[in-house]
Design a protein around this ligand. Structure first.
Ligand code: ZN
Length: 398
């Protein structure tokens, strides 16, 4: 009996050892799910009603950091040198998130997500300024122009890229640069700063043709960004740079210098304004899993945000929204206790993820963005804030 017990114990130990060896060799972990997660196919858009909460802002600045998720934000917080200044990220009145999914599911791209934020309607991949059935949607810059605002776009990417295009064009083919440029020239936008890319390839016109298209509406500024005295801001302005000419804080120009010029132009006029800022750096760097570029891009985003938040503070009538269209790369800062406090950066993909993204707001009207669930709700509230109608009713009641 004693022997039998010994044999059975030995057998159990051997079998368990064998099992753990197999699990180790084939990298099987009990905590790892071996199935795909079934995402909620929920497509029904939730009911959102505009309720009067606070004063409407005179000006609106929307800063979209393409591809920036909460892990990028964590890196920004963990690596920034503070030196007696308050982190820009702590200056927001409202800190929340939104689910950036496209109409058909949890993943999205810049075209679909930026369109949702620009128009207040959820749409599908590659759809620029159009709904899932390809019907054109009015974007917030068009609505703002209708209500006599000045409008502008500043991007460190190319001017016909998905995000700026969603705020300026209506088209199914995201590669049709010529058509997007023509639609920008036919719009009522007052300022556009950005690059050209893939010049001369497929549907992308040569630089001279692109500038000729834009010249139909805009005065094209040279690299100094100075407006000739005799034109003194009477005409809409554009500044167009070559591919990758706008990079991080070491390049000239950069997102900060372009934004400074845009704010000077916008605030020199008597009208309210809506300004879209885009940084492409988190998306571009994360598609390449380039950690160094992420850190440089974060600096450019933070410096530009500091400028914009300071403008909002001194101006007192400007709402600043900061958000992203989706997360790219699944980046994570991993702490190894042997080498602590040094952090290692790890990536989970070279593509977009289904992660929720930050939505921060500061200034008058920021309270409207404290309970946003989906990306399209941002466009919905922005339209309400721009349109005079919503406030006329409330003023009568007050
Ligand atoms: Zn991307």
């Amino acid at each position: 009996m004693k022997n039998w017990k010994k044999i059975s114990l030995l057998t159990t130990v051997i079998l368990l050892g064998l099992l753990f060896s197999i699990m180790y060799i084939f990298n099987i972990s009990v905590s790892k799910p071996s199935f795909d997660i079934e995402f909620s196919p929920e497509r029904v858009e939730r009911e959102v009603n505009f309720e009067y909460k606070e004063n409407k802002p005179k000006n609106i600045i929307i800063f979209i950091a393409d591809g920036m998720g909460f892990s990028h934000l964590s890196l920004a917080l963990q690596t920034q040198q503070l030196e007696n200044t308050v982190s820009v990220w702590h200056q927001f009145d409202v800190k929340g998130w939104h689910d950036a999914r496209s109409y058909y599911g949890p993943l999205t791209d810049s075209e679909a997500s930026a369109t949702a934020m620009a128009t207040g309607t959820s749409t599908n991949f590659g759809h620029i300024g159009i709904d899932k059935d390809q019907k054109p949607l009015q974007n917030i810059l068009e609505l703002a122009s209708h209500w006599q605002y000045n409008t502008g776009i500043v991007t460190d990417s190319y001017v016909w890229d998905g995000t700026p295009a969603a705020f300026s064009a209506h088209i199914r083919n995201e590669d049709d640069a010529r058509s997007i440029l023509k639609q920008i020239a036919a719009s009522e936008i007052d300022l556009i700063f950005g690059e050209l890319e893939d010049v001369g390839e497929d549907d992308v016109p040569e630089e001279s043709e692109s500038l000729d298209i834009l010249r139909k509406r805009f005065l094209i500024l040279d690299k100094s960004l100075e407006v000739p005295a005799n034109d003194s801001f009477l005409k809409p302005i554009a500044a167009i740079f070559k591919e990758d000419e706008i990079q991080d804080m070491n390049s000239s120009p950069n997102l900060l210098t372009l934004t400074e010029t845009a704010l000077t132009y916008m605030s020199s006029q008597d009208k309210p304004f809506v300004l879209l800022l885009e940084s492409e750096e988190m998306d571009a760097a994360s598609h390449e899993n380039d950690s160094k570029r992420v850190l440089n891009g974060l600096k450019s985003i933070q410096e530009t945000l500091a400028l914009v938040l300071n403008f909002s503070k001194t101006n007192g009538e400007t709402l600043v929204l900061f958000t992203a269209d989706h997360e790219t790369g699944g980046i994570a800062a991993v702490a190894d206790f042997d080498t602590y406090p040094n952090l290692q950066i790890k990536w989970s993909t070279k593509d977009h993820t289904a992660a929720v993204v930050p939505l921060f707001a500061k200034g008058p009207g920021s309270g409207y963005f404290s309970n946003v669930h989906r990306n399209w709700e941002i466009g919905y509230y922005l339209k309400k804030l721009i349109s005079q109608d919503a406030f006329l009713t409330d003023e009568v009641e007050n």
